[in-house]
Design a protein around this ligand. Structure first.
Ligand code: G4P
Length: 528
């Protein structure tokens, strides 16, 4: 098959949601449709159970599961689909943000009763900023929830999206009868109670047909007619271009648990979702159809087996053909590396692959060469953009608790930071190390892993920091910048790349500082 045909066959996406909205259940149902798994319950939830902060086994369990579910590949209707896992727990949000740099589209799952929740808001904001095409799936229609119009309105308001329903529920909760599929123009009905299976799919090209009254009763039929008419009046018609550019989000309704509305979602997804997209690098835009291979590391899993110090670097292929045993340029190190056993990912297993194409993810065994964001090419020196660090929300000093093991500690911290578990800053004043994380749980993870994988012990000390901001002066030689560095010396640190960071101790002091030094820019991500 030609490269172009391989590319057209692929869809790589992520499912984002607030925990408990039904991401795992939906993933599982998608895999069942693809024949990739045989029974429900096969996909493990990557959720962190309650109280996990003090339960180290839980941390390991979580890590094990996130390796297993990092990439779930399956085929449906001759399309090769890769689902990239995105942890819903907010302490792992940064991992999710990075994974979003490797997807070509997303499906957003929303609980019909809870509506738009906090994590959904944050994740959708990142997708919106990047114009990632999104489809919304409103889940748990078998339960009483919010009115469909109210929900669509809430999604537009809170998530700042422009939606158009492509399916519409017939009733809800106890009265949930089925779905009118606007996209395919048919009606799918449940078999009474328990609402387990789809009774039949009935073509209804005209909602005014009396057949509809017979099928679902006159009241429900009239209700549906009214609501669909209203929806079509209020919401724009679906437009694939607007969807692909991230300006219009189609909405589906269903119940993942009951496997209802999922096939409609999947059928529409394979027909409208984008094939692997071009990607910006520092130097130029790279098209997937370019013959030469390029790719970037968006995730690293390390030391699953403490006896073998091996890590698995997840590489998204952006262009060309990736082949086993061919030497590729590791651009940051300027050295050639070859991979004898690259992994491809299927539903629950990984296998060695000889060739992979744009949209695919390969897992490369690594002994410490890779860092998140690294680029691999056939020789061209390009660097892919778009794996930013976000300003952490928690900050603590990290101290060595065993002076005999300081080397191990250094190495451990270094490698965990490369993996993206947290961010390391060094205070300019005294070189003390500060660990910044998105969630408090990471401190437990780091302490545990340093001890178990590197034989090093650490303690933490609280540090009052509100936000870390990356500093960009208009003119490094200006008096203003010199004054800033002198006055704020106590609050300045360097990140791992040597970029200057200001550690503001409160929102107020940050505002005051911004006002006092107008020629300095304060950024909340490392990408500017
Ligand atoms: P997550 O990955 O987004 O965190 O959510 P997950 O799929 O684990 O689903 C969270 C809970 O919601 C699960 O129940 C799941 O069974 C339930 N659920 C998912 N889809 C539907 C649906 O369409 N209707 C209804 N009524 N429930 C749904 P749980 O009790 O937390 O877990 P479990 O013991 O059932 O696995």
């Amino acid at each position: 098959m030609k490269l172009k045909d391989e590319i057209n066959k692929r869809r790589t996406f992520g499912i984002v949601s607030h925990p408990d909205a039904g991401k795992t259940t939906l993933t599982e149902k998608l895999l069942l449709f693809g024949g990739a798994i045989q029974e429900a319950g096969a996909v493990k939830s990557n959720k962190v159970k309650k109280g996990a902060t003090s339960d180290f086994m839980e941390i390991e369990r979580q890590r094990g599961i996130s390796v297993a579910t990092s990439v779930l590949g399956f085929e449906y209707k001759d399309i090769k689909i890769n689902i990239l896992d995105t942890p819903g727990h907010k302490d792992f949000a940064e991992d999710t943000f990075r994974t979003l740099t490797a997807v070509d589209s997303v499906i957003v799952v929303i609980d019909v009763a809870k509506g738009v929740e906090e994590q959904t808001e944050k994740l959708v904001e990142v997708c919106r900023m990047r114009n990632i095409p999104m489809i919304v799936f409103i889940n748990k229609l078998d339960r009483e929830g919010k009115d469909a119009f109210d929900l669509l309105d809430e999604i537009e308001q809170k998530l700042n999206l422009k939606v158009t329903p492509l399916s519409y529920p017939i009733g809800m909760g106890y009265d949930f009868k089925g779905i009118y599929n606007i996209w395919e123009q048919n009606v799918n009905l449940f078999t009474g109670d328990p609402r387990k299976d789809i009774e039949e799919t009935i073509e209804i090209t005209d909602l005014n047909t009396p057949d509809l009254d017979e099928l679902i009763g006159s009241d429900a039929a009239n209700n549906l007619r009214e609501e669909v008419e209203l929806a079509q009046g209020v919401y724009p018609e679906f437009d694939q271009k607007a969807y692909k550019e991230g300006h219009l989000q189609p909405v589906f309704f269903g119940s993942a648990l009951n496997n209802f509305g999922v096939r409609e979602l999947l059928d529409c997804f394979v027909s409208i979702a984008p094939t692997p997209l071009p990607k910006e690098s520092e130097e130029r835009t790279v098209q997937p159809t370019e013959e030469k291979f390029t790719g970037f590391v968006f995730k690293i899993h390390a030391n699953m087996d403490p006896k073998h110090r091996d890590r698995l670097a997840f590489v998204k292929i952006v262009s060309g053909k990736f082949e086993r045993n061919v030497p590729y340029l590791h651009v940051r190190h300027n050295k050639k590396l070859r991979f004898s056993s690259p992994n491809a990912f299927f539903a629950e297993k990984k296998e060695i692959v000889d060739v992979s194409y744009p949209g695919d993810i390969v897992g490369l065994h690594d002994t410490g060469n890779f860092k998140i964001g690294d680029t691999l090419t056939e020789g061209e020196e390009i660097n892919y953009r778009g794996i930013p660090s976000f300003s952490p929300e928690h900050f603590r000093y990290i101290n060595n608790a065993d002076p005999m093991k300081s080397k191990q500690l250094e190495k451990g911290i270094d490698q965990l930071m490369d993996e993206g578990v947290a961010q390391l800053f060094r205070l300019e004043l005294n070189n003390r190390k500060i660990i910044g994380t998105v969630g408090a749980l990471q401190y437990e993870v780091i302490q545990y892993r340093l001890e178990h994988e590197y034989g090093a012990k650490c303690t933490y000390e609280n540090l009052n920091v509100h936000k870390a901001c990356w500093i960009e002066p208009e003119d490094e030689k200006s008096e203003e910048f010199k004054d800033f560095k002198r006055v704020k010396a106590k609050f300045l640190a360097k990140d791992k790349r040597g970029q200057l960071v200001f550690l503001a101790d409160s929102q107020f002091s940050l505002q005051m500082t911004q006002q006092k030094y107008p020629s300095i820019k304060f950024h909340f991500t490392s990408e500017f």
